[in-house]
Design a binder for this molecule. Structure first.
Ligand code: SF4
Length: 363
């Protein structure tokens, strides 16, 4: 790989003026970036390149966004930490969208991975040891495919999930891809968009013409789970403040409570979390809730222990039930009696504090 020599000549109508942008305005400042050469032929690719140049990030060319070499790290932990500080800018070639049960009909691939470092992250199963952050600059082509998927299902409504393999918000200041996608869906009678985030840089999305077609969800958890396992992400109170601003901008809002983990005092802490929601959202009219209990695969456990050997994540197989998943690999979920207890508990507290919220699913 070699360092990029891109023409310094400014193109007319360059999408953004980036001079003077301060590093402090970005919640994620990559340590290094790799560009597929072709990515620079897209306005979004040039926009990301210009921002990185302003931020002083080292940029190299890469053959394919799927095969990035050159991320340092002698140990599993170092490799993981370095990958999480690496941005890869590519062109998405696979436009055959995957299904996305139970939250949507299709995944909408805008971003892969995220700079957060949650110990339990499901990407530990799918992305392996170097989960570098990937953005795709051919958003127009991706949205054109979405348009065709929508058309093929009319008069049904087709729902797309924008966070199936990522948290797309930290890289939004670089790409503007979410803004573009939200406005695209604002114009789709039969298309709906949803994504989930733990991050709070929502301001650039508040004034968009969303027409209520995008559901903006925040991933939240109990105080102990956030403190112990959700490294590099904003605290609960900041997520709730962001959710409040999003609701005031007229978006449908939801919360994903995941992963639900049982430990000494879990009921008390989850009750506290739900009361904080009720303080801001009253009885929860219009809110959707998605409840996902903790699960892990053998592969994820090995990866997590390699990166975070001191982790307190509960991953004792003998305390779980083994279950085959939709992608062919098995996972360890809570035992049926524990699932029943968790389901009942959440159903009770939601009924008590957020009686008008809708629980979309519990898994
Ligand atoms: S914020 Fe989401 S995508 Fe990012 S590391 Fe945490 S769980 Fe994974």
């Amino acid at each position: 790989m070699k360092t990029v020599q891109v023409t310094q000549e400014k193109k007319k109508n360059e999408p953004v003026k980036v001079q003077g942008i301060l590093r402090g305005l970005f919640s994620f400042v990559p340590k290094r970036a790799f560009f597929e050469k072709n990515a620079l032929n897209y306005p979004m690719g040039r926009r990301v390149f210009n921002i990185l140049r302003e931020l002083g990030t080292e940029v190299k060319l890469a053959g394919s966004h799927n095969r990035i070499t050159g991320i340092p790290g002698k140990t599993a932990r170092e490799a993981y930490m370095e990958a999480k500080r690496t941005l890869v800018v590519g062109v998405r070639k696979t436009l055959d969208f995957q299904p996305c049960k139970p939250s949507a009909h299709f995944q909408l691939p805008l971003v892969t991975s995220c700079p957060g470092m949650c110990e339990y992250c499901y990407l530990n199963t799918t992305l392996g040891k170097k989960p570098y952050v990937r953005v795709y600059v051919n958003v127009d082509e991706i949205l054109e495919q979405a348009r065709q998927n929508i058309a093929s299902r009319v008069p049904e409504i087709t729902v797309f999930e924008g966070a199936a393999t990522s948290d797309p918000l930290p890289v939004e200041p670089f790409t503007g891809a979410l803004a573009k996608t939200i406005e695209f869906f604002g114009g789709q009678e039969h298309g709906r968009f949803r994504f989930v985030t733990k991050f709070t840089n929502v301001d650039s999305l508040l004034g968009l013409k969303h027409q209520g077609h995008t559901r903006f969800r925040f991933s939240i958890n109990s105080a102990s789970v956030i403190d112990r396992f959700e490294r590099g992400t904003p605290r609960l109170i900041r997520r709730l403040e962001a959710a409040t601003r999003v609701r005031e901008a007229g978006y449908p809002v939801g919360f994903i409570i995941a992963p639900i983990i049982t430990y000494t005092g879990w009921q008390e802490e989850y009750r506290d979390m739900v009361t904080l929601l009720a303080d801001r959202f009253g009885s929860g009219a219009g809110l959707t809730l998605e409840l996902i209990t903790h699960r892990f695969t053998r592969r994820a456990k090995a990866t997590i222990l390699g990166i975070f050997p001191e982790t307190q994540l509960p991953m004792e197989e003998s305390e779980r039930k083994y279950k085959y998943g939709q992608f062919g690999y098995g996972k360890y979920v809570y035992r049926p009696e524990d699932m029943d207890q968790i389901r009942l508990f959440f159903s009770d507290i939601v009924h008590e504090y957020l009686s008008q919220a809708e629980i979309e699913y519990f898994v």
